[in-house]
Design a protein around this ligand. Structure first.
Ligand code: A3P
Length: 291
């Protein structure tokens, strides 16, 4: 058996690689033609930034804290990725409002209906050094992704964005931060959520126009703690067969902390990372709250 390469596992779509195991020409066309409703809510992330976490938080908020909202369907059916093959089979057109979706698309990859209808967006971003660290482990356990290679090889791939799924982290974040002002986008970071989950949940609820009592907000935040999500079989990817995702090596809900890059990157690698960050993000005014 040869090693699977980008040519085997990925499709180039609008300039970025997407894994062809779950993104087919049909599924991508389905998304291009998708019709949003004004009260839809879309989670947007670069992979490994806190997608699954937000897929737990939003259903709980919108259901007023009902645990069933995250215990009956796996996260990918509960808040489905619109670009993936499953989406077209989920009868999303028949789902009651407000519908919840996920996407890893860059801003400039969003379909026409998105810009016409302007549904709400929760954009989650995370310290890219931690995104890199999380991805390095994740690429190793997922059979639909190209093996990361050595740490320095993967760092090169990540920083150029050419040989990783969904392309450059820098372009993803820049594109969404520069989105048109008339769009309703809440920007929130993984680090803010780690620092104060109660406050984050409360601000997200406010953004969604959902007024909840403090004890309900507290209950939701509690349910979304890493240790509790790890025990939710509908959120910890345990129903994915081992041949696709080998969680005996590393769990999908791996560490759930901020700053784990310190355990992986050498001082030289971290310095190089910072230099690339500074150069690529030099025209961005946003004040990122990580170190
Ligand atoms: P680590 O690998 O650093 O642990 P995504 O869902 O976008 O793929 O991101 C996965 C990352 O989010 C993983 O990071 C995972 O552990 C982390 N994560 C998921 N739920 C979390 C939670 N409730 N609290 C903290 N981190 C969480």
């Amino acid at each position: 058996l040869g090693t699977m390469t980008e040519a085997d596992l990925y499709t180039l779509y609008k300039g970025v690689y997407v894994p062809n195991g779950v993104h087919t020409p049909e599924s991508l066309k389905y998304y291009e033609e998708f019709t949003f409703r004004p009260d839809d809510v879309v989670i947007v992330t670069y992979p490994k930034s806190g997608t699954t976490w937000m897929q737990e938080i939003l259903p709980l908020i919108l259901s007023g804290g009902d645990p069933a909202s995250v215990e009956t369907l796996p996260n990918w059916d509960r808040v489905p990725w619109l670009e993936e093959t499953r989406a077209s089979s989920l009868k999303l057109e028949e789902r009651p409002s407000p519908r919840l979706f996920t996407t890893h698309f860059h801003y400039n990859m969003m379909p026409p209906s998105f810009f016409q209808v302007k549904p709400k967006v929760v954009y989650v971003m995370r310290n890219p050094k931690d995104v890199f660290t999380s991805a390095f482990h994740y690429y190793n356990i997922s059979s639909f992704l190209v093996k990361p290679g050595s740490q320095s090889e993967f760092l090169q791939k990540f920083l150029t964005g050419k040989a990783v799924i969904f392309g450059s982290w820098f372009d993803h974040v820049k594109g969404w931060l520069n989105a048109k002002e008339e769009l309703q986008i809440m920007y929130i970071s993984y680090e803010e959520m780690i620092k104060d989950l109660n406050d984050s949940v409360s601000r997200i609820a406010q953004f969604l126009g959902k007024s909840l009592e403090p004890d309900v907000l507290k209950k939701i935040a509690d349910k979304c703690l890493f240790k509790n999500m790890k025990n939710n079989p509908m959120s910890n990817y345990s129903v994915v067969p081992q041949e696709f995702m080998d969680q005996t090596k590393t769990q999908f809900l791996r560490k759930g902390v901020a700053g784990d890059w310190r355990n992986l990157l050498t001082p030289e690698e971290a310095q190089h990372f910072d230099a690339v960050f500074k150069e690529k993000m030099k025209d961005v005014n946003y004040k990122f709250n990580w170190d």
